[in-house]
Ligand binder design. Structure first.
Ligand code: PRX
Length: 666
């Protein structure tokens, strides 16, 4: 099933409407559709007043002079205001007398004789640890505006490192622990990062991922002197190499660090972080986010979409890794200002058994649970006996993110995990948007399996044709956002042209560029949005974004491959899998051994998430007369819709296949 077909299937479910249930915990912030609609209208008609009210809930060292200034594509939010993300996540709660409340609950992957290791860090604990690490960073020469690279496993020190950067006004670039040394090298170089924080290793499904080794190799690729300092948190006690003068143990420097380090008042528009994400061309781009707008946007979406209420016995759990935007916004920055404990789990969902997540939900009495469709499909496959073993009655809101959710997975989530009683918030958004864009509100929006429903406050989302005109009900078009919002990206790091080309060049309305998300969508007769998938050469594998060109470049970098084309293919668990078609250099034999080598090669070049699920060797790639690869045809072949000789490893005579398909593709 392809993403667009997923939506054809969804049409069948369109009339299934699930009304929001009465709240099982704290009252809903927004309790009816009328209330949502009234506030939505206000937020669009008068965004200044809506967003200044939201921003007033945060701490500012000095008040902004203007809520927003916008000349597409450049937006500034809370202009001249000064604030600090770390202060709003941590210190503010201590100042207000909540220092002994738990801010982060952490659970280890390994399970010892006495069960997993569990840490409950209070806001006061966090303030101390973050201040100490902020002093370590300062001592290593990190200054306001510098970019610190963080490549760690899901341990509390990752949150501490991130928030320590925020405290002193250094930007962070967190790299997901599944990325390879080449990917680290590319990102460190692009960000010109001089300090890296890492771990010796991280636990994943009972094995050690050698993070420090990967950093060492990345620094070898970059050459000596590029990176000044590597700070290493010991976690797995796996043996590592050591470079004197460059490498420092976390525990050594923390022992000596002072616990006193004030949060620096930072301009609302200073850079908070870079997060690298794939695009349709070239290397991953550094998405540039700021402080004030991002903070207000993530905290406000967290509050309404997950119905966060302090002192209401809530425990929020987002299963993403902090290495992705979902973890940035909805493990840390959006959740913590709401003073609800956020749970961080170190490892895999099926370690030691397939019920680990449900065990965690029941033991910690998780109230809001946020995961990806790909995980839900895996849970379905593993069987409902696993969740059934546990008491999931604490759950109040279920969330999903990252890719379109197929209605079967939605129904399973609703019935088996939510016991039919929890609203599902299918949140559509992107690394670039900072936070949720189109999403139900749990107490207000009736849901339809497979639809992300209606826009969040202040989001002027529309589905348009190539001229920027809104299309009719159920007609497909491009998803655009016509007004600025506080969490929007401010640029692609070091590449203004790419920023404009990617997001602001496709659609103009009244001769002004509007933000184009890169997704196809339609709205049904009720105005509900249905995302139909990417319209560019980006594929969404297990909810993670990958550029097909990135994988292609990786393949041709191998000596055996002359030319490669990569397309998405239906995948039962991942949603979209990766299909690669390769033409081999003379002297190389098309066989399983080479397939294996190429998969390993991609894992080294990018990371395990980019390993092709299928590699087919071919004498030539099908091309149009103008030399463009016929991707649509390759997608059909990968999906098994076009018959080719399955018994050989060679795709023969593409012209014939192309003729069968009705000729050239433009
Ligand atoms: O195609 C959309 C899909 O994921 C893309 C964004 O990927 P990324 O920046 O990695 O962020 C993922 C987590 C926010 C989008 O362009 N996508 C994300 N959420 C949904 C979705 N597609 C359908 N439904 C969603 N809820």
């Amino acid at each position: 099933m392809s993403q667009s077909e997923g939506n054809i299937e969804s049409v069948l479910h369109e009339d299934r409407l699930f009304d929001p249930p009465a709240s099982a915990g704290a009252p809903w912030h927004i309790g009816s559709l009328d209330e949502y609609k009234a506030l939505y209208k206000k937020s669009i008609d008068d965004p200044e007043s809506f967003w200044s009210n939201a921003a007033e809930e945060m701490h500012w060292f000095s008040h902004w002079r203007q809520v927003v200034s916008y000349e597409a594509p450049d937006a500034k939010w809370f202009v001249n205001g000064t604030t600090n993300l770390c202060y709003n996540c941590v210190d503010r709660h201590v100042e207000n007398g909540f220092g002994d409340q738990v801010g982060i609950i952490w659970e280890s992957e390994p399970i010892g004789d006495e069960g997993p290791e569990i840490l409950r860090l209070t806001y006061a604990d966090l303030q101390t640890e973050i201040s100490k690490f902020a002093n370590v960073l300062l001592d290593k020469g990190v200054r306001r505006g510098d970019v610190v690279t963080i490549y760690m496993g899901m341990i509390p020190e990752l949150a501490i490192a991130v928030l320590a950067c925020a405290r002193i006004g250094a930007a962070h670039s967190v790299i997901f622990g599944g990325f390879s040394s080449q990917a680290i090298a590319d990102r460190v170089e692009d960000a010109n990062s001089k300090v890296i924080v890492t771990c010796d290793g991280s636990w994943r499904r009972g094995s050690v991922v050698p993070l420090k080794d990967n950093v060492d190799q990345a620094l070898e690729i970059l050459g000596e002197g590029k990176v000044r300092s590597v700070i290493v948190r010991q976690r797995c006690k796996n043996g590592i190499d050591w470079v004197d003068g460059r490498d420092t143990w976390w525990h050594d420097v923390m022992q000596e660090a002072e616990a006193d380090c004030d949060c620096v008042p930072l301009d609302s528009e200073e850079m908070s972080f870079l997060l690298y994400t794939s695009g349709s061309t070239g290397k991953p781009k550094g998405i540039h986010h700021t402080i004030g707008g991002y903070m207000v946007y993530t905290a406000t979406t967290s509050k309404y979409v997950f119905n966060l209420v302090p002192d209401a016995d809530q425990v929020f759990w987002c299963t993403a890794d902090v290495g992705w935007i979902t973890g940035h916004s909805y493990i840390l920055y959006g959740i913590m200002p709401n003073r609800v404990p956020t749970l961080m789990y170190e490892g895999a969902p099926n370690f030691p058994d397939a019920d680990r997540f449900w065990d965690i939900v029941s033991r910690h009495r998780v109230t809001q649970f946020y995961t990806a469709p790909t995980a839900i499909r895996a849970f379905m496959k593993w069987g409902e006996e696993h969740p059934k073993k546990h008491d999931l009655s604490s759950l109040q809101v279920l969330g999903t993110v990252g890719e379109p959710i197929n209605p079967e997975a939605w129904m399973w989530y609703h019935n088996v995990i939510g016991g039919g009683a929890c609203p599902i918030v299918d949140t559509y958004w992107q690394t670039e948007t900072g936070g949720h864009m189109i999403t139900p509100l749990p107490g207000a929006t009736s849901t339809k399996p497979g639809s992300c429903t209606l826009p969040f406050f202040g989001i002027d989302a529309a589905v348009v044709d190539a001229d920027g005109n809104e299309v009719g009900a159920n007609e497909g078009g491009l998803l655009v956002v016509r007004k600025p919002w506080p969490g929007m990206l401010r640029g692609v790091y070091g590449d203004r042209d790419r920023f404009i080309d990617t997001y602001w060049s496709t659609i103009k309305i009244d001769s002004k560029p509007v933000y184009t998300a890169g997704d196809g969508a339609r709205r049904d007769k009720d105005g509900y949005f249905w995302i139909m998938g990417r319209i560019d050469d980006v594929i969404n594998v297990s909810g993670h974004r990958l550029g097909t060109m990135e994988v292609e470049s990786g393949l041709v970098a191998h000596e055996s491959v002359v030319e490669a084309a990569v397309v998405g293919m239906p995948h039962e668990i991942k949603g979209t899998g990766i299909a690669a078609f390769c033409t081999l250099a003379p002297g190389y034999e098309a066989n399983d051994d080479l397939r294996k080598k190429l998969r390993e090669h991609i894992s080294d070049q990018i990371g395990a998430i980019a390993k092709p699920d299928m590699i087919r060797f071919t004498d030539a790639l099908p091309k149009t007369r103008s030399g463009k690869i016929m991707r649509r045809l390759l997608r059909s072949i990968a999906a098994g819709e076009v018959e080719v000789n399955q018994d050989t490893s060679t795709l023969e005579d593409f012209t014939v296949v192309a003729k069968l398909q009705g000729g050239d593709e433009s």
